[in-house]
Every structure is written in C-alpha cells, then in structure tokens.
Design a protein around this ligand. Structure first.
Ligand code: MGD
Ligand code: MGD
Ligand code: SF4
Ligand code: MO
Length: 770
C-alpha cells in the first residue's frame, strides 16, 4: 500500500493530522454476517452492480462452489430490494459464463475493421498500442481530437471522466446519445429550478424502510413517462412503488400505453407521445384556478409565482385536452387530486428527455411539485445528494484529485456545439461531435475510446451515420464484455471487462446508501475491471507516480477517504445508510452557505428561471410541438401517419445487452412493435406479421404485436436489437442495421442542445410479404 494511504485512520478514512472522519450511519451492522458456508458453498452477502448493465445495486447472496458461481439470490436483509431480484440478476450466470464473453485483449489491423480478424495480445501490448496511437493523434490534432464515450448508468458513471482526464480531452460523455437524453435534461432542469436533484420518497432513505415512523406513503405518485416496475430506472426500484401502493399510495399515470401500473391508476392519461409539457402546464393552471396550490410554500420558498400563474393561463385544460388527445374532465379531476393530496411525488422517466424540448418538459412537470409544496416532506420529493458526501466524479481539478501527486492538466475546447445551456452544464454535444467526426468542424475528432457503450446497436440515433464516422477514425478502442456490433465494426484494440462478481467495487454512489461489491469468483481469462483498466492506462499518460493507490482496494480506499469507511469496513457490513432528515431547505442543509432555502441563484425554487432567459428561452416552462408530429408537420404526416415512440424497456434486456442470454431471449425472442389491432387491420397487418417501419430517415424490420393497450395513432417499437447468434462472419455486423429503429430517429437535439426524438417521430408500417 502506498505511503499516503497508510496514513489513514483506524476506520480507513483519510487522516489529515489526526482529523479522522467518522461515518454517522442510521443502521447498526452488529450481527450482520456477510460470509458463511452453506451446503458446501461459500455464500457472500453483497451488492449487485454492472456488468452486465443496470441502474441499481440490489442486495444479493452469491453462492460459490469450488470457485464457480452456483446461484445468485436476492438478499432478504438488504433494505434496498428486501430479497427481490429481477430476471436479469436471476439469469446473471448465463451472462457471466457465456461462451462469447471476451477473455483476452485483442487487436486488429485497421484495414480489417468489420471483419472477425482479431489477434490475442497481452495487456502490456494493448496498453503499448493505445499509448502509441493516442499520442500520435494528440501530437497531430490535439487532445480534443479524442472522444471518450460511456454508456448509461452502469458502473462507469463516476470513473469514465477519469479516462478522459488521462487522455487530456474535454470531450467526454455518453456515446452518441442525441441531446444527452438520458436523465441529462431532467437533471439540468431540476438543477436550474431547485438547485439539485430530487427523487420520490418511497422510504428508501431509511434502513427500516416502510416501518420507519417518520415516513408516510405518498398519497399520489405521478408515474410520468416511466415504467419503474420494468425498468428500475435511475436508481429507483419498481417494487418501492408497489410497496407504497400497498400502504395507500394512489397513482396517476401518463403513458400512451396501458402499462401494469397504468392499469392500477386512479387516472390514466393515454396521451400522444411528446405532448407531456402541455399536460403539465394545464395541470398547473387548473390547480391555480381551483386555488389548490400551497400558498405557504409558494410565497416563502418560490420565485416568480405571480408571473407564472399568468403564464400558465395560456395553457387551459381545453388546450391540453386537444393537444394530448385526452379528455378535458380527466385533467380537471387529476389536478384536483394532486392539489388536495397531502403528499404527491413525480416518478418521471426518460420519455421526458426523449422529446425534442424534453429539457423544458422536465421543468413543466417539476413546477407541479413546487406548486403543491411537495419538497422535502414525507411522501414528496427528496434531495438526492451522494451518500456520505462521497465524490467520485473525476472532473478537472475536482477535489477527488487532492491526493494525487501531479494534477492532470485541465483541457479546454470542449465541443458543446455552441449551445449555451450545454456550456453552462459543462456538457458536450454528442450531436455536434458526430458532425465533427463527419466534417472536421469546428475541429476534427480522430480517435474514440468507448467503454460500456454499443453505439451503433443502441445508443446512437441515426446509426447509419455513426457507423461510417466510426470506421473513418484513425484509432478506436472498445472495452466491453462481448464482441458487439460496435466493436466488430470499428475496434482496433478490444479490451475484456469483468462482470461485477469478478471484481471488487462500491455501489453506484446513490443518495440513500453506500455499499461494497465483494468479489465472488476469479475473472474469466484475463478480464479486468473498468476501473483498473482506466488507471493502469492512465499511467501511460500521466506517469505511474501520479496516483497514490497501488491496487483496486487502495483505489476504493482512496475514494472513500472522506466518508469514514474503507473498502474493507464497508464490505464487512455490505451496506451503510447515512443519517437523514426531512425539510432540509428549512434547516439550511441544501445550500453550500448553510442558509435556508434552495441552492439556486435566488435561493428559492425558480418558477421564473433567469438562466433560461440568458440561454435565450422563455424564463417559464412552455409547450412546443415535437418537430415531426401530425400537428407540426402535416405534410410529412400524410406520408407517415403514425406517431412512433421507441425503446420502452423490457424485463429481460438492458438496452442491447442480454440478447445472448437464452432465458432472457425466451422472454423476448424477436424485435417487435406494439400496434392497436384496429390500426394494424387498416394496414392489412395481423399479430405476428413481420413489418417494415419506415419514415423519411430510414427503416427497420420488426414483428407486429397487436394490443389494445396502445393508442390507435401510435406505435411503440423495441430498440437495441442485434443478433449475436448469427456470429461475426456474415458481414452484417450481427444484423445490427436490420431491425434498428434508431435509423428512423434523427441525431438532433432540441434548441437547448438537450432533448431528442427517440419518443416522438412519425412513421408508417407495411407488412413484409414473405
Ligand atoms: N430492463 C431494463 N431496464 C432499464 C433499461 C433497459 O434497457 N432495460 N434502461 C435503463 C435506462 S438507460 C433508462 S433511461 C431507463 C428508462 O426507463 P423508463 O423511464 O421507465 O423509460 P421507458 O421504458 O423508455 O418508457 C417508460 C414509459 O414511457 C412510455 N412513453 C413512451 N413515449 C412517451 C411519451 O411521449 N410520453 C409519456 N408520458 N410516456 C411515453 C412508454 O410507453 C413506457 O411505458 O430504464 C433503465 N432501466
Ligand atoms: N430507439 C431508442 N434508442 C435508445 C433509447 C430508446 O429509448 N429508444 N434509449 C437510449 C438511452 S436512454 C440510453 S441510456 C442508451 C443506452 O445505450 P448504451 O448504454 O450504450 O447501451 P448498450 O448499447 O447496451 O451498450 C452497453 C455496452 O456495455 C457493455 N457492458 C455492460 N456492462 C459492462 C461493464 O461493466 N463494463 C464494460 N466495459 N462494458 C459493459 C455491454 O455488453 C454493451 O455492449 O440507449 C439509447 N437508445
Ligand atoms: S434491478 Fe435487476 S438487474 Fe439490477 S441489480 Fe436489481 S435485480 Fe439486478
Ligand atoms: Mo438511459
């Protein structure tokens, strides 16, 4: 262990001159056993994490016999999931031990891109090639000519930026996700409105969960463009919604499809995709007209209410009813339910972000929470800061670097595409970066480092543009579990990553709790964790002396140094819950200066948002039609009359993952789209028919699944499809462009640079005559 880390105090926390941080927790780990023997197996109590992908960290029991993972079960004692596991964790072994797993570093000649012509190499040789090629790109074009990309959530979120730091590039972000449209728009809109991120209160901040006397179930949960029982998205477990319902919570659901939760809702808005902001603004207007808003919260803690009330009067229920295609009286009913509820929370999903002006849609929905005073109250919206204040975000010059010997130089010239909002949030524009790859403007992108990201099969809109752009790069690195279409198309060096059972780690830095990931089995072949790959490669660019950690365990001790834990002390208890209190804005716990209020420029919740005016937008949330809709583009709609929403999550797949897992594939054997039987009949399509879905941008081949659950004017298509069973030899990149619905989605954000069109395009459907 390095000298610096040896100086840590008894709990392993950094000990700057005797000042040892002590973790103040709510839960008592006495008697919590984290490893035992059972029927010849060693059982480890720990937490799941990626890979394969997920947004959560459920508590698991891993049963290991003779070094082999025999089974995985939900840990009934872990407050997070209380024993539940979804199908993907139950089938985890099928991914862990899949014969197609990458096991060794591979290289391939540039002229063989697209061909299965890889050669096994050592890690040293892989690092040598990456060092040589990346330095060549840096010398000729500058550091900013490298784009480091990541996929969603997974375990990369905190660590990916570190790779970009090592390569000295400011261009780091999600790989080809148009408009950073996964939580990005919602996170940034809530930051401007309220100074932070807030999540629904399902008691997840308490280790005794629903039994905690401080907690009350939300009276209403607005499930808005989200399907948490399937997706468990953004660190919310769907079971929490169900458990809250058992304790009295009622639902209002906004979804063009009748989901399982919509079927249990008091009110279900089967709205036209992309029109959510109109509904949110009309709900606000109705609540104000009925005088059901929270006068005290609004007058003490909000900014710009009177003008806001005036502003939303432009969006009466009649307007929303017509725009969204929902009954007027249902909007009035829902507004009264929300306005009169003791508590209400917003369980929102990525459907917000996946419309062109999703950034503003998020603001409109969030305003509803402020209007009804649902902040920091039991059953309302709670601030979501990292547990124990742990920072793993390797931003340039961030405090996470404090103990490193040489600060990594801070790169400039981030490509935010000229969008002021993106510049303010220090974000890149994937849309502008794709253009830079294609055109060399404003400066060229010449190399890609892609980690946990299968861009052409899933994340990227218009993969037909991304594929040639990747193939003309001077150098590409891919780090993955499998040979994906993206890796096959473009990787020059392909590195094998470890699954969570094969490595140590810590959980996803969520607000509720911190946990350790224990290693259950040896990695397959020579797989390594992404974290280790990053810092070992970092030595080639920043020098071995730059880091005070020697091993992965050291690395986590370093990251945990201000929390009061070491990796071992966390592993011994599996999880730890920090202290928690409600009403933090009243107690000065939200603002860095310790004064009451919200961490915004005004100190209040901003109905009027001055930053928006600075970016050139209305300071209030507004409604705008998606650019391609039956209303905004009637001529296009004549040719492509149906509204297309895509990517509603499936139980068995995490995006383009799990297509190799036999039991997950049995759940979803083929790519399909939902269509109303009457609509299907009008086009001569029967359930199960293979069809072409097409529009002005492209087409994809999927199977019709007729169901009355969906709006008659809308089809909902799967995303992320490729066919690993075809093998890498047939020249089709595992058929990745055959059924890829993103060929119909433009790589084009909203006016702010945020927001996309994955959930609001136009299309037509035609039966394929076989
Ligand atoms: N199993 C599984 N879980 C996942 C993922 C996965 O791939 N598989 N992906 C993860 C990721 S990265 C994300 S971002 C989350 C997303 O998870 P969610 O936020 O739940 O998003 P979706 O499943 O895309 O869509 C949720 C619902 O929105 C509806 N919808 C579609 N268009 C619209 C619209 O315009 N307005 C409204 N109001 N509703 C609409 C759909 O019918 C669907 O029921 O899931 C995460 N969890
Ligand atoms: N049409 C349509 N397209 C969409 C969406 C939609 O709703 N509709 N949703 C969009 C959204 S919200 C998102 S976030 C993106 C998601 O897009 P991505 O996050 O890029 O998801 P994947 O394409 O599944 O690529 C992830 C890759 O990471 C690999 N992987 C998994 N775990 C690990 C690990 O621990 N280490 C490493 N190195 N690799 C790992 C997997 O094998 C897989 O190849 O897709 C977007 N694309
Ligand atoms: S949500 Fe599912 S895949 Fe994710 S950790 Fe929990 S059980 Fe595992
Ligand atoms: Mo996402």
């Amino acid at each position: 262990m390095s000298e610096k880390l040896e100086k840590q105090g008894p709990q392993g926390a950094a000990a700057p001159e005797g000042d040892v941080p002590v973790a103040r927790t709510q839960d008592d780990p006495t008697g919590r056993v984290c490893q035992w023997e059972e029927d010849g197996c060693t059982v480890l109590r720990t937490n799941a994490r990626t890979g394969p992908g997920c947004h959560d960290n459920c508590g698991v029991l891993m049963y290991v016999r003779d070094g082999v993972l025999e089974k995985i079960e939900g840990d009934p004692e872990n407050p997070y999931n209380q024993g539940r596991l979804c199908p993907r964790c139950l089938a985890f072994k099928e991914m862990l031990y899949h014969e197609d797993r990458l096991k060794y570093p591979l290289k391939r000649a540039k002229e063989d891109r697209g061909k299965n012509a890889f050669t096994r190499i050592s890690w040293d040789e892989a690092y040598d090639i990456i060092e040589r090629e990346m330095k060549a790109v840096i010398d000729e074009y500058g550091n900013e000519a490298i784009w480091v990309t990541q996929g969603t959530g997974r375990d990369i979120n905190g660590y990916g930026p570190l790779m970009a730091q090592y390569l000295g590039t400011p261009n780091y972000g999600t790989g080809f996700l148009s408009g950073i449209a996964c939580y990005g728009p919602r996170i940034f809109s809530t930051a401007l409105k309220s100074g932070g991120l807030f999540v629904c209160d399902y008691s997840q901040f308490f280790p005794d969960r629903y039994d905690d006397p401080r907690w009350e179930a939300p009276e209403y949960i607005l499930v808005w463009g989200n399907n948490p029982v399937v997706a468990n998205s953004d660190g919310t477990l769907g079971h929490w919604v169900v458990e809250s319902m058992k304790r009295g919570s009622k639902l209002i659901v906004m979804d063009p499809t009748l989901t399982w939760l919509a079927g249990k809702a008091d009110v279900w808005f089967q709205l036209r995709p992309g029109t959510d902001a109109a509904l949110a603004l009309a709900l606000c207007d109705q609540i104000i007209k009925d005088d059901l808003y929270d006068h005290e919260f609004v007058s003490c803690w909000c900014y710009g209410f009177d003008e806001f009330a005036e502003h939303v009067s432009q969006y009466p229920v009649s307007f929303a009813a017509e725009t969204c295609g929902v009954p007027e009286d249902l909007i009035v009913e829902a507004a009264r339910k929300i306005g009169r509820a003791k508590s209400c929370c917003l369980q929102w999903g990525v459907a917000m972000d996946h419309t062109s002006e999703g950034f503003i849609t998020g603001m409109a929905c969030f305003d509803l929470m402020a209007l009804t005073g649902n902040f920091e109250n039991p059953g309302g919206m709670l601030a979501a800061d990292p547990a124990f204040g742990m920072s793993v975000t390797w931003s340039p010059r961030g405090s996470v670097w404090d103990e490193c010997s040489e600060p990594i130089p801070h790169p400039e010239r981030k490509n935010h595409g000229g969008y002021k909002a993106l510049e303010a949030m220090n974000g890149i524009s994937p849309d502008a970066l794709l253009e830079a790859m294609e055109t060399g403007e404003p400066y060229p992108i010449k190399a890609m480092f892609m980690m946990q990201n299968n861009a052409i099969a899933c994340m990227g809109a218009q993969p037909q543009r991304i594929l040639p752009a990747l193939q003309k790069m001077e150098f590409n690195v891919v780090v993955d579990l499998f040979l994906t279409p993206t890796a096959l198309a473009c990787a020059d060096v392909l590195l094998p990553a470890a699954c969570f059972a094969e490595r140590i780690g810590i959980t996803g830095h969520q607000p509720y709790a911190l946990g350790a990931i224990a290693q259950a089995v040896e990695p397959l072949g020579e797989c390594k964790s992404d974290q280790r790959i990053i810092y070992e490669l970092g030595d080639r660019f920043a020098g071995r002396d730059h880091r005070p950690w020697d091993s992965e365990q050291d690395f986590y001790d370093y990251l945990l140094r201000s929390t009061g834990f070491t990796y071992d002390s966390l592993k011994e208890r599996a999880w730890a819950y920090p202290e928690f209190e409600y009403k933090k804005y009243e107690k000065g716990l939200l603002r860095p200066d310790g004064t009451p209020g919200f961490a915004t420029s005004t100190g209040r919740y901003n109905f009027y948002c001055a930053e928006m005016a600075y970016f050139g937008f209305s300071p209030f949330a507004t409604y705008e039609e998606p650019p391609e809709s039956p209303v905004s583009a009637p001529e296009l709609a004549e040719k492509y009359p149906l509204v297309l929403t895509t990517g509603a999550r499936k139980w068995g797949f995490f995006h383009s993952e799990h297509r190799q897992s036999p039991s997950m594939r049995r759940l979803h054997p083929e790519p399909e789209f939902l269509v109303h039987p009457e609509t299907a009949a009008a086009y001569g399509i029967a359930d199960g028919d293979w069809c072409t879905i097409s529009n002005n941008l492209g087409s994809a081949r999927l199977r019709a699944h007729t169901t009355v659950r969906i709006r008659k004017d809308t089809v909902s298509a799967d995303h992320g499809w490729w066919f690993p069973e075809r093998g890498p030899e047939d020249g089709t990149l595992f058929g990745t462009l055959e059924s890829n619905i993103n060929q119909l989605v433009p790589m084009r954000p909203g006016k702010s640079g945020l927001g996309a069109s994955y959930k609001s395009q136009l299309c037509r459907i035609d039966k394929i005559e076989e």
